[in-house]
Design a protein around this ligand. Sequence first.
Ligand code: UGA
Length: 437
Amino acid sequence: MPYRLTVIGTGYLGITHAACMADLGYDVLGLDIDADKIRRLNSGDLPIHEPGLEPVLRRGIESGRLRFTTSYEEVAAFGDVHFVCVGTPQKRGEYAADVSYMDNAITSLAPFLDRECLVVGKSTVPVGTAERLAGILTQLAPAGVQAELAWNPEFLREGFAVQDTLNPDRIVLGVRTERAEKVLREVYEPLGEVPVVVTDFPTAELVKSAANSFLATKISFINAMAEVCEAAHADVQQLSLALSYDDRIGGRFLNPGLGFGGGCLPKDIRAFMARAGELGADQALTFLREVDMINMRRRARMVDLARELAGGSFHGCTVGVLGAAFKPNSDDIRDSPALDVAVTIGHQGGQVTVYDPIALDNARKAHPELKYGDSAVEAVRGAHVVLLLTEWQEFVDLDPEELGAVVATRRIVDGRNALNSEAWRSAGWHYRALGRP
Ligand code: UGA
């Protein structure tokens, strides 16, 4: 392999990128400022839940091709191509993204860059960030213009991170020189035939914001239809199915329910609006405010439906909540609609017990005020209302009779339109779902 790679930031994106690149045969050095995490990673212990990633990480460590460090000096000496994968969360009390981790990564790395290399941003950032960082890089790096910036946004989904990294739909390269394009094409060559779009910095940055905005809009579109369906006594599930047969619309990301959460979609559409405002293009994105509001209304509607089933008030009511992660096959609880609903019901006087197959530890740390069960059955024992809020397969496969035997009353709200309503109704459950009669 012609290049040695480094990966700065070991979140969902960074760990996956580092482990997959090592699996493709590269020598890879990962960096994080969290020494504890680095120790775990170096012993092959994955600090997050991501299906299929641990064996790839272990293979990398055992082969000697993959290591992790906390030293920027070591990273600079080791790498020809440095991928920056740090987080860009929403600023507290603001819509804008906090890019300080990105700035810190560049200002920490640059002073050690004394030879030709490529620094590649992969994080989701406000458009214009790459150009600003490129300036900082040339200013601080002893190698000057020989230490060049490129922008290569990442589109992986949690839960499918390995698959998405090794078989991406497309590769977007924001580059300023032929050299940068050549290096990155070579780096990704082992992935085989993948469409590559070569463009400038701002376009590369915008592709990512646009993609996540489109996905969020699609989800909020079907959830808006769910609101109308509820008012008109129609069935949004059947509506969505009928729409999906039109190739121009397509069925993916058209599942109505509790809406989107996680560390990306909600904060990305907000950061995009904030950035458009700074650029004087805020009108172009006012629709994203609606997208956000439709999404947040689903959570409120869920609480209302649950309260309705509880008889008008949560006081003296036990609520069993199935799901804490923002989506199935993930332990991520960032901006999780499920936990948001659980916490709100708790505030309104309900006795809430939550169960999730993987995200319980994270949920406990973030919300020690809630009660937790060790299984679905334990969480719903004695419940007056059961809420399905994350569509884990384990919940889809639940036996309505088995659950019915432990609850106080057989009432369930299916927040993800994931259950077989007929089966639950015929087992004597009062079954309700968002957007359905
Ligand atoms: C999302 C994008 O899908 C990735 O392409 C992108 O790379 C990533 O953000 C990122 O910016 O890093 P992710 O946050 O892992 O990926 O999750 P998604 O699978 O997109 O799901 C987001 C949310 O939408 C979940 O809460 C999910 O339950 C919800 N959703 C999804 C729906 O409510 N309905 C749907 O039909 C689909």
